[in-house]
Each structure stands twice: as C-alpha cells, then as structure tokens.
Design a protein around this ligand. Structure first.
Ligand SMILES: *Cc1c(COP(=O)(O)O)cnc(C)c1O
Length: 223
C-alpha cells in the first residue's frame, strides 16, 4: 500500500455509514488519483474546471466529480456534461447560469448552497439571511435543471475548537431549518458538506454528510 492508499483506508474506516468522503485531489497529478481509485475511492473534489475536466477525460467514468472551488459563470459549460455535484453555489446568478448550462447538456445538476459561517471576511458564501431570502422568494422552483441538494460551509481556520464546533452546529441547524421550511418532501435535499483535513471529526460530530479531505490524503499541494 502507498501512503495515499493507507490514508484513504484509515479515513474511510473511521467514517460513519452516512458520511461520504470527497477526496480533494486539486493540484495533484493523475497518478495520485489512480492510487486513490485503486482503493475504491470514487468521489474526487477539484477546484479548477479546466484541471477537473482534464482528469475526468483521463480517468475511469465511474468517478463522481465534485466541484468545490469558486465558480466563474463562463466555466460552467465545460463541466455541465459530467459534474456530479457543485458544492460552492453562492449566488442566484450562478444558480440560474448552472441551470441554463445543465439544460443545454440535457442534465439535472445537483448543487449545494454555500453558506458563510466563518469569521473570516474572505470566505465566499451566502449569508444565512441572503440564502433564506432566496429560498423564500421561490424562483428556484422554476429552475428545472438544477437540484438543490443541501448546504456547504467552511469553518474558521483556527485552533479554537469551540469556534469550529459552533460554526458547524450553525450550518447544521440552518440545513434543518431550510429542510423543514422548503424541502420537507424532497428527499434529495440531504447533504451537509462540511469538514476538511484539520477539522472533519468535529464536522461529523455536528452532522456532516460529506467531508472534503485533501492534504491529509495527498500531502502538501504544490501550486
Ligand atoms: C482545498 C479545499 C478542501 C481540502 O482542504 P484540506 O485542508 O487539504 O483537506 C476542502 N474544501 C474546499 C472548499 C477546498 O477548497
């Protein structure tokens, strides 16, 4: 077993049954993904559309490609034919543009609404109020080629455990509030994407269903 394979096995072994691992392979070469694939890993996360598309073309077609980066509208068309889940949707404009490109590709693309839960100013995402407002307006129901599959968030990059735990709890409560308000009868609204290499145990504790883990599996990234 290679170090990558050992890490994947160890992380997978510790995940509860309802939590799926997104192996964040951004900036790592095809060979690293092949090693992970050989252990049975089938979900990979990428943050650049061009890089993800090149990997999609090179690797087996039973891989689920998750886009986890910040999305530019002019790039959506390149991944619309194959992307399995877009994690970081943080505006109405992006949602409607994804819908348009999904329609052209003849698909329904699952999307997560990114919510700003961290203290840092720089992180992307809807505020909870903005997101609530968008869902209350209800126009998203007319977007027939996207499926809102849940929420995504990133905790503050800090050693303060209490802060991290509070932020994950905030995101989980927001998910449940929106579930009750708008998605009660929609079983596909089910994902809480939270937790990275340094904080995923606490994300799981708070109810994560998708953990996005990169450096703990693949090592340092070389940009
Ligand atoms: C890079 C990235 C990750 C993975 O981060 P690690 O700390 O390497 O596990 C997770 N989520 C998002 C949105 C990322 O951009």
């Amino acid at each position: 077993m290679t170090p990558i394979q050992r890490q994947i096995k160890e992380i997978q072994a510790g995940l509860p049954a309802h939590v799926r691992l997104v192996a964040v392979s951004k900036f790592h070469p095809i060979e690293a993904l092949e090693e992970a694939y050989a252990t049975g890993q089938r979900i990979f996360g990428e943050s650049k559309v061009q890089e993800m598309t090149a990997k999609y073309e090179a690797l087996p077609k039973d891989i689920e490609w998750h886009f986890i980066g910040h999305l530019q509208t002019n790039k959506i068309k390149y991944m619309a034919p194959y992307v399995a889940l877009i994690h970081g949707v943080d505006s109405w404009k992006l949602l409607s543009e994804i819908n348009k490109q999904a329609h052209k590709a003849g698909r329904i693309i699952p999307c997560l609404l990114q919510i700003h839960i961290a203290q840092e100013e720089t992180k992307f995402g809807f505020s909870m109020d903005e997101c609530k407002q968008m869902l209350d307006e209800g126009l998203w129901k007319d977007l027939k080629n996207i499926q809102i599959a849940g929420v995504m968030g990133m905790a503050t990059n800090t050693d303060d455990l209490a802060t991290i735990q509070a932020e994950f709890k905030t995101l989980a409560s927001f998910f449940h509030e929106m579930k009750n308000r708008h998605f009660k009868d929609i079983p596909t609204f089910k994902e809480i994407s939270m937790g990275m290499s340094d904080d995923y145990p606490w994300a799981i504790q708070a109810g994560s269903t998708l953990v996005r883990i990169g450096s703990k599996i693949f090592g340092e990234r070389h940009y």
